[in-house]
Ligand binder design. Structure first.
Ligand SMILES: Cc1cc2nc3c(=O)[nH]c(=O)nc-3n(C[C@H](O)[C@H](O)[C@H](O)COP(=O)(O)O)c2cc1C
Length: 175
């Protein structure tokens, strides 16, 4: 398990193969069992597997931000993943933003354990929240009132093997 965790990378290019529904459900179940403050579960999750809906949002983004429409930028915000997972937090619930981060990390590692790649995207959530042309796409996600989109996760079979990125272990101090 540790070895598998150390191998995880963010994946920005995917094959067309749709992960099977039972795998996605199991991955989400792992996420929902994440540690979260007071077990308040101040999150909502939406799963999008409709290629047309994803493509529609991607095209709006390309039109509004043409300078981000080419590779590699587009793969950092709207990669070609077959599944998009949207995570919103209950803005009334303290710690819910942190809970959403932990939820996203758990989903990412559960997916990796099943041979699936993910990309956690803060930028995409930001675009949905701020680009007026994406407002109806955000509304279609049907989050409850008081919930704010925090993260979007792309999920699918990796079409690349990214290099491991260096880490700075001097940030750890033993006292
Ligand atoms: C909260 C959060 C937001 C992120 N947002 C983006 C993003 O918008 N676009 C992107 O390409 N990567 C995004 N990433 C992925 C990071 O860039 C990536 O995890 C980091 O560079 C380390 O690379 P690795 O995941 O391959 O180890 C995000 C990661 C986290 C945890």
């Amino acid at each position: 398990m540790i070895e598998k965790m150390m191998e995880r990378r963010s994946v920005r290019h995917y094959t067309e193969q749709m992960p099977c529904r039972s795998d996605i459900e199991e991955i989400l179940k792992c996420g929902v069992y994440s540690p979260n403050a007071l077990n308040a579960q101040g999150w909502e999750i939406r799963v999008l597997t409709n290629a047309e809906t994803i493509e529609n949002a991607r095209n709006i983004f390309k039109n509004v931000m043409p300078e981000r429409a080419e590779e590699p930028a587009i793969s950092h915000a709207f990669p070609n993943a077959p599944v998009y997972i949207f995570i919103a937090n209950d803005t009334e619930s303290p710690y819910s933003e942190k809970d959403c981060g932990i939820l996203a990390a758990t989903i990412t590692y559960a997916a990796w354990a099943k041979g699936l790649g993910t990309l956690i995207m803060g930028s995409t959530a930001n675009y949905y929240n701020t680009i007026p042309e994406l407002k109806s796409n955000l509304e279609e996600l049907n989050f409850s009132a008081g919930y704010k989109l925090q993260l979007v996760i792309a999920l699918g079979y990796p079409a690349e093997t990214p290099e491991i990125k260096p880490r700075d272990f001097s940030k750890i101090q033993w006292l």
